[in-house]
Structure formats: C-alpha cells, structure tokens
Design a protein around this ligand. Structure first.
Ligand code: HEC
Length: 121
C-alpha cells in the first residue's frame, strides 16, 4: 500500500517534470511565429497585404529582428542567415516605405519555403 503511493507520487512528479519541459520547449522562434506570423489576421499578414500602419511595420520589425540570432531546429546556419536577413531587410524597407517593398516582403515571408528547410518535421 505505502509502496504504491510512493509510486503514484513518483509518477505525478515525473509528469510535472515532463510538462514543464514541454512548456520550456517553446523557443524564441516559436514565440515570434505565434505572436507575429500565425493566422489570417496576423501582424505579418496585415503588413504584407499593405494594410498595416507605420506602427504595425515597426512592431513586426521588432519581432523579425529577433530571428537571425536564433538557431533553427533544422537547416544550415548560412541558409537561416540568408532567409532571416532577407525578412528583416524586407520589413525595414516596408517601414521605410520603399517602392515594391511589400512584394519583396511577401516573398521573404514565405512560410513554406522557410519551414521546409528550417522547421523540424
Ligand atoms: C525565415 C524563416 C521562417 C519564415 C519566413 C516563417 N517561419 Fe514559421 N517557423 C520557422 C521556424 C524555424 C520554426 C520552428 C521553430 C522551432 O521549432 O523552434 C517555425 C515555426 C512556426 C510555427 C510553430 C510555432 C510553435 O512554436 O508552435 C508557426 C505557427 C509558424 N511558424 C507560422 C508561420 C507562418 C504562418 C509563416 C508565414 C506567414 C511563417 N511561420 C514564416 C521559420 C519561419
């Protein structure tokens, strides 16, 4: 009887430990994705469709600037540097209202192209 209670406690403790690992596993990249890229009315979509305000562009820039320093789960460092660099540059150009910057951003923000190379399968 005592023994199975200990066992149960051990299992519960182990489950807590496991779930905190799952929470800790949210990466900075994942956080940026959820807060700025994900969804039909995301900050990214708003800006990339040319519907964003100056403040939206500035906010998106602050998000994407966090990406280059991170290490993606997959892919080479060169590819990551190139893709995230292009994304940061594109958002900077949108914020600076450069002509065609929106079109460049739509390409640099291509979800699938980046996920194929850098997101864990
Ligand atoms: C420059 C590269 C890049 C671009 C562009 C990009 N992503 Fe991601 N995204 C990643 C990487 C890398 C991960 C995996 C992060 C990890 O597991 O640490 C990811 C993960 C995600 C996740 C999962 C986040 C989580 O932790 O649950 C979502 C949702 C997501 N991306 C949405 C999008 C959408 C929508 C777009 C396009 C509008 C997009 N991403 C464009 C690199 C990118």
């Amino acid at each position: 009887m005592m023994k199975s209670n200990y066992l149960r406690t051990a299992v519960v403790v182990a489950l807590f430990a496991a779930s905190s690992v799952v929470f800790a596993a949210e990466t900075k990249i994942g956080k940026v994705m959820k807060e700025s890229m994900k969804g039909e009315s995301s900050l990214y979509k708003t800006v990339a469709l040319g519907k964003g305000t100056d403040a939206d562009a500035a906010k998106l820039l602050a998000y994407v600037k966090q990406l280059p320093a991170e290490k993606p789960p997959e892919g080479t460092a060169e590819s990551w540097a190139k893709k995230t660099g292009a994304l940061v540059k594109a958002v900077e150009d949108v914020a600076a209202k450069k002509p065609d910057a929106i079109l460049v951003l739509q390409k640099a923000g291509n979800c699938k192209a980046c996920h194929t190379d850098h997101k864990a399968k």
